[in-house]
Write a protein that binds this ligand. Structure first.
Ligand SMILES: Nc1ncnc2c1ncn2[C@@H]1O[C@H](COP(=O)(O)OP(=O)(O)O)[C@@H](O)[C@H]1O
Ligand SMILES: O=P(O)(O)OC[C@H](O)CO
Length: 497
């Protein structure tokens, strides 16, 4: 019986459960989407029960797959959408409010007030983050301020806070473990990434009672034992990492300077910066890449809110095609000089602009413009945004990464990958397994369970599907990118005002 690890990947739009063997090969897979709730403009919520039930359902499904003996499962790794914030009653387990999702902008005004009061420096210094509704702290404060009696109950120690990993572990262990890992903690804006602890100054600034915070563990650690009622047997939860850090691990970017970029709903580009918490001059984030045996590896991150979501909009909003895969043949019908730029600033712009007021636009339309050109511009927008991040990252770290490892749903599109290589002028490497987030969770659990002795053992498992090398001449590359910069300048709010 080949031993297996169950990787749970609780994402923004779906939950996945994947069984991996020690070679990192995918043995079985289950996925379930769940509803998104948009109660007001800019608000995004998930029902905590949907997060839990879809996780449980997919985990049970995958264990029931043909040919799988549940006794072969040796442990669980969890990876999750980050920053999304939950509060529940310690005694009854009842959530106080829906999960407030990372995309939710309801605390924009409060963030502006904090910026105006001059707190940016303190927050950046301690957390590596910026003041933005993206992170958990103001979402948690919002729940405490808007649910009647919540703050008093929190101070009395009756309420628990968690990101999605914490909530799922608490459920899976039937309330016995209230824990998180250092990567998820590093996205709350309450965690000091240098001291690796919840920070009193930040707790005071955001008015968060310490009693409700989980214990912070390494990524490979003992997170508790699942209650046998859920999966029919009790399993150790042995690894946890936020999904983008899990992708860094799944892509085995273990050397300083190695970079991965994940293209799902959004795009998250992360560079390993080793033991140095390198700060950015360009509004990129400094974050915990992973923490193993108490040793922190830091990372620099650029977060783009709309990547694959732009393709969804072209499909569902404009109905230009019925399946995302069709975009590749449409784009192949266009020429390099089609001149159309689509800036998908539907919810503002993320890194490096952090402009919540910016809105999307399409430029360069002529009588020749057809569906193919608009679709190509949508695909290209993801590559241009990656170039924005690459430029900042290279300047921040003072060197240029020569290769980029990519993953996520969009990277199956060969046309996009070639354009990405062309516009970045680096080699783009695509691995055979694109579910690198789940794989990363399995790897950290595998470290804890003794499957691997070191990160070198894991690095040896990375397998390339193919590489895309730059083919564009420098002049054309620069001309195309200049057109993008011009388009972005025209949607930014300071230009519009
Ligand atoms: N062949 C393709 N070309 C372009 N975009 C694609 C393609 N296949 C999937 N996508 C986009 O990738 C996204 C799905 O990727 P996935 O990694 O599953 O996202 P997430 O985990 O964020 O839900 C969708 O937004 C979809 O529009
Ligand atoms: O669920 P994903 O894959 O869209 O990832 C969401 C990120 O973790 C948000 O920071």
């Amino acid at each position: 019986m080949t031993p297996l690890i169950l990787a749970i990947d609780q994402g923004t739009t779906s939950s996945r459960a994947i069984l991996f063997d020690a070679q990192g090969d995918r043995v079985a897979f289950a996925q379930q989407e769940f509803p998104q709730h948009f109660p007001q403009n800019g608000w995004v919520e998930h029902d905590p029960d949907d997060l839990w039930q879809s996780t449980l359902h997919t985990a049970r499904d995958v264990l029931a797959s043909e040919g799988i003996d549940a006794q072969a499962i040796v442990g669980i790794g969890i990876t999750n959408q980050r920053e999304t914030t939950l509060v529940w009653d310690r005694h009854t387990g009842t959530p106080l409010y829906n999960a407030i999702v990372w995309q939710d902008r309801r605390t924009s005004e409060q963030c502006q007030t904090l910026r105006d009061a001059g707190h940016t420096g303190l927050i950046q210094e301690k957390t590596g983050l910026l003041i933005d509704p993206y992170f958990s702290a103001t979402k948690l404060g919002w729940i405490l301020d808007h649910v009647a009696g919540a703050r008093d109950r929190a101070v009395r120690g009756d309420l628990l806070f968690g990101t999605v990993d914490t909530y799922l572990i608490w459920k899976l262990t039937a309330g016995r473990s209230h824990v998180t890992d250092a990567t998820n903690a590093s996205r709350t804006c309450l965690f000091n990434i240098h001291d690796q602890c919840w920070d009193d100054d930040l707790l005071a600034l955001f008015d968060i009672p310490r009693e409700m915070l989980p214990e912070v563990k390494d990524c490979a650690d003992d997170f508790g034992q699942t209650d046998p009622d859920w999966l029919g047997l009790s399993l150790p939860i042995a690894g946890v990492a936020g999904d983008q850090q899990a992708a860094l691990i799944g892509q085995t970017c273990f050397e300083p300077g190695m970079v991965k970029s994940t293209y799902g709903t959004g795009c998250f580009m992360i560079m390993n910066t080793g033991s140095s918490a390198q700060s950015s001059e360009h509004k990129l984030l400094t974050t915990v890449g992973y923490r193993l045996k108490g040793e922190v590896t830091y990372a620099m991150e650029g977060s783009i809110f709309i990547a694959g979501a732009a393709i969804q909009w072209l499909r569902d909003g404009l109905r230009l095609f019925s399946n995302a895969e069709e975009t590749e043949s449409l784009a192949r019908q266009t020429t390099a000089g089609h001149g159309v730029y689509l800036v998908p600033a539907f919810t503002g712009l993320g890194a490096p602009h952090w402009d919540p007021q910016a809105r999307g636009a399409i430029f360069g339309l002529t009588r020749d413009t057809g569906i193919a050109e608009i679709v190509a511009a949508g695909l290209q927008s993801v590559c241009y945004q990656t170039r924005d991040l690459q430029t900042c990252m290279n300047q921040d770290v003072g060197c240029e990464a020569q290769t980029l490892r990519v993953d996520g749903g969009m990277v199956s599109n060969n046309w996009v990958m070639q354009f990405l290589a062309d516009i970045l002028n680096v080699q783009v490497d695509r691995p055979t397994l694109l579910e690198t987030t789940a794989l990363g969770a399995a790897y950290v659990a595998g470290l804890q369970l003794g499957w691997y002795d070191s990160l070198d053992d894991i690095a040896a498992l990375w397998q390339k599907d193919c590489s895309f090398s730059p083919q564009l001449d420098d002049d054309t590359r620069q001309r195309l990118y200049d057109g993008w910069l011009n388009a972005v300048a025209r949607v930014k709010s300071d230009i519009a005002e």
